[in-house]
Design a protein around this ligand. Structure first.
Ligand SMILES: [Zn+2]
Length: 61
């Protein structure tokens, strides 16, 4: 099963593979950004993110 969203445990920012972010184009899986990729909001390490599945994620919330 593929994880498509991960949530920052610190600030709640959600990384969505379909959307990407400033450092990752849409379609970039959470494994693809470099190990030093950090939360664009609170700058914690990627390891602080946890798989997250919610209907809200599909709405971009
Ligand atoms: Zn964060």
């Amino acid at each position: 099963m593929t994880v498509t969203t991960c949530r920052c445990s610190i600030c709640g920012h959600i990384y969505d593979e379909k959307i990407g972010d400033a450092c990752a184009p849409p379609g970039t899986t959470f494994e693809d950004p470099p190990p030093d990729w950090r939360c664009p909001v609170c700058l914690v390490e990627k390891s602080r993110f946890a798989p997250f599945a919610s209907p809200l994620a599909r709405l971009g919330l």
